[in-house]
Design a protein around this ligand. Structure first.
Ligand code: CP
Ligand code: NVA
Length: 313
């Protein structure tokens, strides 16, 4: 059974297939596409809030001819103590796939281990792989010039500013290496990448391509993309005051964008907090591609599910 828990779960040729399918799905929006999930039911089990991920997956499953079932954690017996293992075994008797948004990444791994349905990571505290695939696709569509989408990412530099130790920072460290991109992280010393993500990169066998900086201007020098994420991720609310203070020097503003390459793109996974991690002016600027990123969640996730469904036949 094939799962998508981290960006490196797809091999190079599968990533190429995902990108190429996403491009077709984007062009065919509103038209009939192959019903690759025909007669299939996929559930979304969410332990955290979501706007983009939930809606893009539900719409995507519908557009591929499948049936989507949304389950908030309070809707299922897990909230009353039923084990993940039993839940995974039971749901596998009904479903072809499950898309999970959770805190501890081990919940995804346990579902994959104990169940017999496809598991997709819709964000954990550790990684958000669907997001960076959509992001990379958004960049590649601008850079490929009719050539290979994946190859167009090679050698490009992304600067990630702010909460470098969060799921998005981790995802870029791993995904950047997979896509052949240079990843410059900039954050306070305490936000230096943790050992878990470093081990995951090592285990993937892909050459690491990241560097960590405390000076944001150093990180954005020669950057083709400037990326940021919220300073207070879901589950970190207790640290809000401290984080808003510590991360202030890492705000993406006009001065930061001017220090990157002249045609650098600005990306943010959203939701954004204007005035905190990024200014409203940057969000609204011509460099900003945030709404294309959000739209591409739909196309890329349809492609991810199509490739997983094909592999699970
Ligand atoms: N970027 C993202 O995953 O958004 P949601 O939390 O709204 O799903
Ligand atoms: N780091 C953020 C990403 C939201 C899409 C969070 O986990 O809340």
């Amino acid at each position: 059974m094939k799962h998508f828990l981290k960006s490196t779960d797809f091999k190079h040729h599968e990533v190429e297939e995902v990108f190429s399918l996403a491009q077709q799905f984007r062009k065919l929006r509103g038209q009939q596409v192959p019903s690759v999930l025909d007669k299939q039911s996929w559930a979304l089990l969410f332990f955290k809030s979501s706007t983009r991920t939930r809606v893009s997956f539900e719409v995507g499953i519908h557009e591929l001819g499948g049936n989507a079932i949304y389950l908030n954690k309070n809707d299922v017996q897990i909230s009353r103590g039923e084990s993940i293992a039993d839940t995974a075994r039971v749901l596998s008797r009904y479903l072809h796939g499950i898309i999970i948004r959770c805190y501890d990444h081990s919940v995804l791994e346990e579902f994959a281990q104990q169940g017999s349905m496809t598991v997709v990571n819709a964000l954990s505290d550790f990684l958000h792989p669907c997001q960076i695939y959509a992001d990379a696709f958004t960049m590649a569509e601008r850079w490929a010039n009719g050539g290979s989408l994946l190859d167009s990412l090679k050698g490009k530099k992304i600067a990630f500013l702010g909460d470098t130790a969060c799921n998005m920072g981790n995802s870029w460290m791993l995904g950047g290496a997979l896509f052949g991109m240079e990843v410059a992280l900039a954050g306070p010393p305490a936000f230096e990448p943790g050992s878990e993500i470093q081990s995951t990169i090592k285990e993937s066998g892909i050459e690491p391509s990241w560097s960590f900086h405390t000076d944001p201007m150093e990180a954005v020098k020669n950057a083709d993309v400037v990326y940021t994420d919220v300073w207070v991720s879901m589950g970190m609310e207790d640290e809000e005051d401290e984080r808003l203070e510590t991360l202030k020097p890492y705000q993406v503003n006009q001065k930061v964008m001017e220090a990157a390459n002249p045609d650098a793109l600005f990306l943010h996974c959203l939701p954004a907090h204007p005035g905190q991690e990024v200014t409203q002016a940057v969000l609204d600027s011509s460099s900003s591609v945030i709404f294309d990123q959000a739209e591409n969640r739909l196309h890329i996730q349809k492609a991810i599910m199509a490739v997983l469904a094909e592999n699970s036949k």
